[in-house]
Design a protein. Structure first.
Length: 250
């Protein structure tokens, strides 16, 4: 079914019926980041690695498709769904969430994050996601999901999402090493995101402090002295005028 210029909806029922213990592993899932070039047949074929598809529908938006699928997950995939927000589908990383979650709940998964700026050229989606799973670098830091962002200036950064604040802090406090080819190690440092920028303080040598205080005192003293002198001069002039007037009266 087609609606509008940017949205295309397609639905399919596979006719599969789960039985026995498989009934407890049925999940209704929303999947993001599927390429728009994939048709339903391709998607269903790749879903076999997750389990047995009961029904699904896709909505195309620009370059990607959003999938909603009711599926009986395998005993191997179910624990991954309960723990991670990113998984493999046909060799590419996709995000998956319970369909019952609201948009706000899905956005909450982006609450705990850490960023590595100016990542090396060899840190790409192909090296971060290998053999249908996250690379060792992402697994060790405990990221539940990630994405690579390129700015308008051509600079790239890696954003990693974590399950909670404790996991985020643990990743930030542990040195991370990215090994794209197994030959060279690259130490990447990530700083804890600041909730509020604090004013920077500059250190000043004590000698400079004393000198500045001396200068300020001298300037203040000179200023006060000039005021006093100016005031005395004005008073003398006034007294001279009064004396002149008194002499005339006499």
């Amino acid at each position: 079914m087609y609606l509008g210029k940017s949205f295309i909806f397609k639905r399919i029922l596979t006719g599969y019926e789960a039985v026995g213990e498989e009934l407890e592993r049925i999940r209704d899932i929303i999947v993001y980041d599927i390429p728009y070039t994939w048709n339903l047949q391709k998607i269903i074929a790749e879903l076999k690695f997750w389990g047995n598809t009961i029904k699904c529908s896709v909505k195309r938006q620009h370059k990607y498709q959003t999938l909603r699928v009711k599926i009986a997950l395998s005993s191997f995939v179910l624990p991954q769904f309960n723990k991670y927000w990113k998984t493999d589908l046909g060799g590419i990383p996709v995000r998956w969430f319970p369909a019952s979650w609201t948009l706000r709940e899905r956005k909450q998964c982006e609450k705990f994050q850490a960023v590595i700026h100016d990542i090396p050229e060899d840190m790409t989606m192909a090296t971060l996601w290998m053999d249908r799973k996250p690379c060792e670098f992402l697994m060790k830091c405990g990221a539940s999901s990630f994405k690579v962002i390129q700015t308008s200036k051509g600079r790239r950064k890696l954003v990693a999402y974590f399950e909670n604040w404790e996991t985020t802090l643990r990743a930030l406090d542990t040195p991370q090493f990215f090994v794209p080819d197994g030959k060279s190690d690259k130490n990447l440092e990530s700083k804890q995101p600041k909730k509020k920028d604090k004013p920077t303080s500059s250190k000043i040598v004590p000698k400079n402090n004393n000198q500045e205080e001396k200068n300020l005192k001298n300037q203040k003293k000179a200023k006060n002295t000039s005021k006093i002198k100016g005031g005395n001069k004005d008073n003398k002039a006034v007294l001279a005028e009064i004396l002149t007037l008194l002499q005339r009266l006499v």
